[in-house]
Design a protein around this ligand. Sequence first.
Ligand SMILES: C[S@@+](CC[C@H](N)C(=O)[O-])C[C@H]1O[C@@H](n2cnc3c(N)ncnc32)[C@H](O)[C@@H]1O
Length: 242
Amino acid sequence: MPAGRFRADGPTTMTRLPLTPEAVLSREEATIGDLRMSWEYAERYVGEDEVLRAAAARGTELGAVPVLPGVGAALRFFAAVLDARAVVEVGGGCGVSGIWLLRGMNPAGVLTSIDIEAEHQRLARQAFAEAGFPPSRTRLICGEALDVLPRLSDAGYDLVFCDAEKTEYGDYLTEAIRLVRVGGIIAFDNALWHDRVADPAQRDTATIAVRELGKRVRDDDRLVPVLFAAGDGLLAAVKRRA
Ligand SMILES: C[S@@+](CC[C@H](N)C(=O)[O-])C[C@H]1O[C@@H](n2cnc3c(N)ncnc32)[C@H](O)[C@@H]1O
């Protein structure tokens, strides 16, 4: 794991808690250093191989910031639990999240990956080939997410993953609820948006949009939500039977 994939603004000194029973119960007293050490451990737990690292480096260079490994591992987990045959990703970037999803999906499953940048999709195609996936496993659509999503079939997908324009997350949710089948999963990256969502003083448009999304998902009776502190935050929800 290249150190550059983790933000370098955390504390440099890790304070260890004593290993007493009380300490085990005292997570609320853990220092920021302890929490960061545990977060990094969780991010590295599954880890990335060389193919993912290369795709992540290309994405980072082009500004298509890839999902962190903790989020990637969760996406692969979701796809495997669902034995997913049809997945949509909104904001495919240079292919990192796509590889994680494909690695969990049914071997005959098809990933529909939407991105507005043709160059990002060219590199995603390269990454999928390097990961050993034939072109028949992917459908890459170049365009504005909100133009493309309405053209996709109702209840036609096992999983919808969103990682494009944060201020459009609410619109992606509306489309995703329509696209995913009952029992399927909807997921959003950056649900903690650089630690800004939890801080009510942060009022920029992207932070407000991600915060509002969290409330909508939590309060929607059609969904069973969960918020993971993996990566930059992964919000997920299962679509219930009506
Ligand atoms: C954070 S990157 C996605 C990274 C990718 N999920 C990965 O893990 O490699 C966001 C991507 O969304 C695309 N994007 C931004 N706005 C978009 C829009 N309105 N419609 C479609 N794609 C968009 C960008 O071109 C970029 O590739």
